[in-house]
Design a protein around this ligand. Sequence first.
Ligand SMILES: Cc1ncc(COP(=O)(O)O)c(C=O)c1O
Length: 412
Amino acid sequence: MTQKHVQAPRTRQDCEALDRADPLAGMRARFALPDGVIYLDGHSLGPATHGALERLARAAGEEWRRGLIRSWNDAGWFDLPARAGARLARLVGVAPGEVTVTDSVSVNLFKLAVAGLRVLGSRTVMVQSDEFPTDQSIAAGIADAGLGELKRLEPKDALAAFGAYRGVIIRSAVNYRTGEAADIDAWEQMAHQSGNLIVWDLSHATGVLDLRLGQRGAKLAAGCSYKFLNGGPGAPAFVYARADIAQQLQSPILGWFGQKDQFDFGASYEAKDGAARFATGTPPVLSLSALDAALDAFDGVDLAQTSAKARALGDLVIMRTEAMGLKTISPGEAARRGGHVSVRHEHGYAVVQALIARGIIPDFRAPDAIRFGVAPLYVRHVDVWDAMDTLSDVLATRAWDRPDFHARAAVT
Ligand SMILES: Cc1ncc(COP(=O)(O)O)c(C=O)c1O
């Protein structure tokens, strides 16, 4: 979607016209979307692609069942983390060897932050107080383990506070609750001036924003692959370490998959080159196979178009929800947002359940945020329009106010 198409649609017909002009419209066919559902999850789990489902069946039914142990070589299982990493590298704008797929985001943030502290010779680990809980607890856990001292930064003056310390910060590129996109250039400039390191958490940013991390001076990052990258539930996360700095870094978890010549079974440990040194143990091959195939959905996709479309769809959510009297907690300025928009409602959880009962799936983040994810590869303007019509009806009729919609499930 180029900027010239981004005018606020006023009617469903306007939305249809925007969808016809959408250069990403053809991408939707790559997804196995269930009938009768508008999927605006915001964004905890991307939908399956046809390719990922086929690949999963092949990986289990042929490679595992028939190939057995031979498949580590014959089906290329051993190289999968690097191969998928190279494809992710394009999506975040860095060189192929600078990304590998391994572990979860939580574990990767730990490894990168501890390695960063060591190379700086610092003990100061920083995190903002509005970060995703795992980012905060990983930073706190580093301090608890005696590997650093925690500085919790208030969001309003976090950039200046970061510049005043010397150490490592764990920082989301897109905030999980508000959808606010960090000013990566400003943060990296501050890191450069102060001699600090930033471990970017790209979980809500990859697959939506045109990150161009290499060009912007970013050195370290981790991100998840089950959201906008559609890798599937529990798909492994990734690590980015810029080639020059990677060689100076030592992971605090020296697992055998991060070791050169691991099948020599020698006594000494020499870390692999590049991001691969942050691998730890045996990769989850079935999940990784699904992820690798899911990444096909991004083949030929221009990330400037994904970010422009996500922002146009986000504008539409804001325009419609404001008209319903809801307050957004996401930046109004599209350029400062990622791929989701959150609005507040005192009974947000029940409202989300009422929407799900009608086939519209957003999600809820305590205490009162309804998140609408607008994944640019498969969400259309008409989907947002129709979902907003349903939301308007649910609010006007108080259809959310039923005891079963108030009963909280374990996962929200
Ligand atoms: C911003 C952010 N960071 C980290 C995580 C957790 O990632 P993982 O479960 O892979 O550790 C999430 C999960 O939703 C997230 O939204």
